[in-house]
Design a protein. Structure first.
Length: 265
């Protein structure tokens, strides 16, 4: 039987494997990364906007539920299936930190022999971002992208994630006036749409830890786009409405820079 491209969103099932058992939360930003950044310093969660005021709230710790996706994953996915990717991301980030301290381009991490394209270490880095993108989709009640989810938990080796690593524009702005500060952020879910029907054709998000921003996205195949349109119409229309809204009120250049979106995208 052919594997479906998408499974319907179900809040009481794991957004990676579909299991209804022993569901748990998943951090939007790794707790270990937050501890590295903030140590014993106070943490404030908030949202950047063009408003003259900035509202935030203090968090007790990096384990706060305010830092978790509303989407759920099962204990098996959380404790074993995604652990190799989680651990690899820690190693990956450590090498990037060395590059940053030396003032070098963080994307040079892929010159390291450990991350030769197609190697298990290389794939596990991309699996980590596949997991995050699946969670972002589930958080807006999007259907489960089966291929991406199976890649995230190691059931296939066909990488569907693109990744760009660079210095975070937002961090650079406040660093120039406030100096180096502990900082972490995520960009939520960004939907790319085609110019004709405004249907979704790619999903994008970002993760920032310290000075470095990870921009990760996945392009839909034409069969995946057709499946969303025909079989998951509510989500397709939700994406389409967001795209049409963006034509009325286009994303500003500042917002593009914050979200790591290229000028021609």
């Amino acid at each position: 039987m052919r594997t479906p491209f998408f499974e319907p969103y179900q809040p009481d099932k794991c957004c990676l494997c579909g299991s209804p058992y022993r569901l748990t939360g998943e951090h939007k930003i790794k707790a270990s990364a937050l501890k590295d950044q903030f140590s014993n310093e106070g943490m404030v969660i908030g949202e950047f906007s063009h408003s003259p005021t900035y509202r935030g709230r203090y968090l007790q710790s990096a384990k706060s539920k305010a830092l978790q996706f509303s989407a759920r994953i099962c204990a098996t996915c959380n404790n074993s299936r995604t652990q190799p990717a989680d651990r690899e991301f820690d190693s990956f980030r450590s090498l990037i930190n060395h590059l940053v301290k030396a003032g070098e381009d963080p994307h040079l991490v892929f010159d390291n022999d450990r991350y030769i394209e197609g190697s298990m270490s290389y794939l596990n880095v991309f699996r980590y971002f596949a997991k995050l993108l699946c969670c972002h989709l589930a958080e807006v009640k999007g259907p489960r992208p089966v291929h991406m989810a199976e890649f995230a938990i190691g059931k296939n080796d066909e990488n569907c994630i693109c990744l760009k690593i660079d210095y975070d524009w937002t961090y650079q702005q406040f660093q120039s006036s406030l100096g180096q500060r502990p900082y972490a952020a995520h960009g939520g879910l960004v939907v790319y749409a085609d110019n004709r029907e405004y249907g979704p054709n790619a999903f994008h998000s970002t993760l920032t830890i310290g000075a470095v921003q990870y921009v990760f996205y996945s392009r839909l195949t034409w069969l995946e786009r057709l499946t969303l349109k025909n079989n998951h119409r509510n989500f397709y229309n939700w994406c389409r409405d967001r795209a049409i809204d963006a034509t009325v009120t286009p994303v500003s250049m500042t917002e593009r820079l914050m979200l790591g979106i290229e000028s021609d995208e």
